[in-house]
Design a protein around this ligand. Sequence first.
Ligand SMILES: Cc1ncc(COP(=O)(O)O)c(C=O)c1O
Length: 433
Amino acid sequence: MNNLVEIKDGKLFFDGCDTTELAKEYGTALYVMSYTEIMNRINELKEQFTDKYENTRIAYASKAFCTEGMYEILKKAGACIDVVSGGELYTARKVGFPAERVEFNGNNKLQKEIDLAVEYGVGRIILDGLQEIPLIENACKKFGKKMNIMIRITPGVAASTHDYIVTGKKDSKFGIPLERDIFLPIVKQVIDSEYLNFTGLHMHIGSQLFENDAFLKALNVLMDWAAIIKKEFNADVKEVNFGGGYGVTYTDEERMPYSFFMDPMMELLQKRADEIGIERPAAVIEPGRSVVAEAGISLYTVGQIKEIPGVRKYVSIDGGMGDNIRVALYQAEYKGVVANKANEATSEKVTLCGKYCESGDILINDMLVPASIEMGDIIALFSTGAYGYAMASNYNNNPIPGVVMVKEGKSAWMVKPQTYEQIIQNNVIPDFI
Ligand SMILES: Cc1ncc(COP(=O)(O)O)c(C=O)c1O
């Protein structure tokens, strides 16, 4: 865990705030996001990437955690953002995020989303398939614009992570397969289009990665194709997007500094560009998880405790798969503590389960807790800042919890909790029933 987690008087503190007081003041279930940790990560990215290497950009992958407040932080930090939907575009526009710092990804962008992006004037659209070209051209005609296009490739490299978060292997719904007769006609169409400006290539090989060799292999493949594009069309790849995927600590994983990935990637990029005889392309990265995961903790209140003799003890909380689907979706593992008994010895092994009507609604399978655990205790789960709130659902018509931002002992709402009325606000009863 990061150094913003402390124990004082037996209570868990996060970025200077007593989490048991946060639970009292804001209620549970609750997402808590640390401003300090987010800024630490952004500053690490700047030091080890954008300040160190010229002609580089950080495009935060919004999908990890997208709120107006998060965009405000990134806007002020001078970062770019990667968006993948009309909703993310809308949110960015709402906070006045500079359009040229927005990069639009997605494997099935809808015409109405492309229209939004083109009207807004985003910096780049990352092309993910042949049929997307006329959709972008339609929008360009409509709004009288020419768009910068990067083409997302599927480099055919299998990164070692959970199967659901591998994206760079050959069999993937993302990116364009690197077959000459599929890939090159698409590149040609982009280069020839009066509405499109071919700027470069994009890859994203997977998420929660701790080794750099798959990145380097994929970058080599990408640069092989930059050479082919130069030879076939005399066009330069001016920008390369390495994607995101930099791993974080959930339980015992050892997080690597960004430089562990960036330094060899930048060296390879320069080397390959020299070989091809093009300028070293601009380099862009799209970290999501690694910026926000450890900035988040989730707070819950213990409810029912059920002991099944000889089997296990279930400790139920007032949240679960609706606010954190990652365990059910890809067997993600978390660490947690009883925040109001953080100094007590943890001698009991329990199963931490949610309140949703699925047997798979488990957040931690074997959690060590104090033997005194009881109804009303506050549970804190660590590293829940990425793909938690972002993937939350209203399953069982449970409201999505609010998000509180903390900073050196201060706290404030970032997203207020949903109300029951908001869950059903778009319900309509058809007049024929
Ligand atoms: C295209 C693209 N870029 C960036 C990311 C962010 O990855 P991570 O959150 O692991 O950094 C993803 C995640 O799925 C992605 O699909």
